[in-house]
Structures are given as structure tokens and as C-alpha cells.
Design a protein around this ligand. Structure first.
Ligand code: G1P
Length: 298
């Protein structure tokens, strides 16, 4: 069995232009599903998977993210004085132990592979690490990364979360070339980032959860820009296969929301809103009402 995965990297340097003007002054990762920012969902999932150290690859204008994970003594004192224990407990999840969180800047927007490469000095040569893209929010009974860590503990290699997508949407993703389909685990022959329409090797798309061998960082040293002129993480993982190391796709159990798109964000808001006991009744009644209004208008 290989080394435990205890470090996770969160690429959060993107500008979030799809959500302008909201993202003019707040990082998109602070945008909120019900009452938790996207980044909190990612952190909670990482913690459930046993992650102890968190690396954020940030950029200019992302200061609010650093503050979010800091202690807020005035706020905490005021809640304490007013006996708001439940809220204090909620705030605890936003705190990090000293030294458990590191921020590194990606100075140029050169792609996801480049963002991961920027953190190369924070990962030791024999240390596997996870990557979580906070835009991909996954609702699951057992959090997605935890499912993957369990599979990884048995298999080793590198592993990417995978999900079937309609063929016409494959060009928006990294896509797996399947060597052997074993059900929840898929052995991979190759990977293509954003394949042109009609050329995708399968309809099994990569979703933003990865457990990577540190060798992927060496590959990133050599990778030239790929799809969209960007340095692609997918290409560096594919290079693992060429060098004879194992890469697996993991079909997770759960529902993924693309919170990098407006429609996906709204869908996630509805799903997570309905999942909250205290909102369920009022919110579902409202949704039913809206649907009947829509039907009547048609
Ligand atoms: C990134 C990855 C891609 C993956 C996708 C999942 O693309 O490069 O391989 O399929 O995340 O959300 P992006 O959505 O950042 O263009």
C-alpha cells in the first residue's frame, strides 16, 4: 500500500468572468450555495477524506479567501456573548490549524496544469496529493474524494473522478480512453483534454477530483501548452500512462453540479436548498408554485 493522501491542492486563481459583475470584487469561490461558499464545500469534502494540509493556488484579488479561513475574534466574541453557540460551531469549520494552510500565487493564467505546477515546491517527491476543483460541487452520501481515497488505498497509481456525459458535451471536458472497464474503476489508456467534436475516445469525462502521483509534477515541467493554448493537467496525467504508470478513472456515486456555469449553479442551489431540513417545506412549496405558474403561462 502506498502513502496516505493528506495534502490537497485547490486551484482558485481563475477570474470567474462568467459570473461578472458578482466576481468583480469577490472571488467566485466565495459565491454561496444556500449559506456556504463553494470553497467550504470543497474543504469539507477534503477533510472527510482525511486531508490535513491545504494548498491554495490563488491570484490577485483573492484576499477574501484568505480572510475566510482566518479566525474572526470580534465576530466570535460577539456571538459568544450573545450565547449563539450553534453559529460559533458553524464558524469552527472555517478555521484552519496554524500552518495547515498555504497560499501560493499563480502569476499568469496559463491553465490548470500550470496552477498545479506552481505548488510543486510544497509537495515532496514521494507524496501523493489530491486536487479539488471547487467549481465542481458533488452531492454524495459518502463524499466523492473519500470514495476515491478508499479506492486509491487499494490501487495506488493516479486517479481521476469520472462521469458519463452526453457525447455532444464531451468536448467541454478531459475525456478518458478506456483500457479496461471494471465498473466503478476504469483502467485508462490515454486522456484527451477538450477533444474536438466527434473525436472523443469515450463519453467518460474527467470531473474535478484527482489523486495524483507526485511524478505528475515532473511531467508538468515538460508539458507544452495544449488545448486552448493552456498547460493542461490532463496532458501531464496522460504522460504518466506513456511512462508505464497506472492511471484510473473512478466512477463516483453522487451528483455533480457544474458551479462554474450559471445554470449549474442554480441547479445546485435548488438541490442543496431542498436537502436542508429547515428550508425543505417552504422551498419545495415555492418551487411547485413556480412550476405551476410556468405551465399555466405556456
Ligand atoms: C477542467 C479540466 C477538465 C475537466 C473539467 C471538469 O476543465 O481541465 O479536464 O474535465 O475541469 O470540470 P475546465 O472546466 O476548467 O475548463
Amino acid at each position: 500500500m502506498g502513502r496516505k493522501v493528506t495534502k490537497a491542492l485547490f486551484p482558485v486563481a481563475g477570474l470567474g468572468t462568467r459570473f461578472l459583475p458578482a466576481t468583480k470584487s469577490i472571488p467566485k469561490e466565495i459565491m454561496t450555495l444556500v449559506d456556504r461558499p463553494l470553497i467550504q464545500y470543497a474543504i469539507d469534502e477534503a477533510r472527510a477524506a482525511g486531508i490535513k494540509e491545504f494548498i491554495f493556488v490563488t491570484s490577485r484579488g483573492k484576499g477574501a479567501l484568505e480572510d475566510y479561513f482566518d479566525h474572526a475574534p470580534e465576530l466570535e466574541n460577539s456571538l459568544r456573548k450573545r450565547g449563539k453557540d450553534e453559529l460559533l460551531e458553524t464558524l469552527k469549520n472555517t478555521n484552519m490549524d496554524s500552518g495547515a494552510i498555504a497560499y501560493i500565487r499563480q502569476h499568469k493564467a496559463l491553465g490548470l496544469g500550470h496552477a498545479v505546477w506552481c505548488a510543486r515546491r510544497l509537495i515532496s517527491p514521494n507524496e501523493p496529493f489530491a486536487v479539488i476543483l471547487p467549481d465542481d460541487v458533488i452531492a454524495a452520501e459518502k463524499p466523492c474524494l473519500q470514495q476515491m481515497v478508499e479506492a486509491y488505498d487499494e490501487l495506488g497509481g493516479s486517479m481521476v473522478a469520472a462521469m458519463e456525459v452526453p457525447p455532444e458535451l464531451a468536448s467541454a471536458y478531459g475525456v478518458l480512453d478506456v483500457k479496461e472497464d471494471m465498473g466503478s474503476i476504469v483502467a485508462v489508456n490515454g486522456m484527451v483534454e477538450k477533444p474536438k467534436d466527434g473525436t472523443a475516445p469515450s463519453n467518460l469525462a474527467v470531473i474535478g477530483r484527482y489523486i495524483l502521483s507526485p511524478k505528475v509534477l515532473n511531467n508538468l515541467n515538460k508539458i507544452k501548452s495544449g488545448a486552448g493554448g493552456e498547460i493542461q493537467l490532463t496532458d501531464a496525467i496522460a504522460a504518466e500512462i506513456e511512462e508505464g504508470r497506472n492511471v484510473y478513472g473512478y466512477r463516483f456515486r453522487g451528483q455533480r453540479f457544474d458551479c462554474g456555469s450559471k445554470a449549474g449553479f442554480l441547479q445546485a442551489t435548488v438541490a442543496f436548498g431542498l436537502a436542508r431540513e429547515e428550508l425543505q417545506k417552504e422551498f419545495s412549496e415555492y418551487l411547485r408554485h413556480m412550476v405551476s405558474l410556468q405551465k399555466a403561462a405556456q
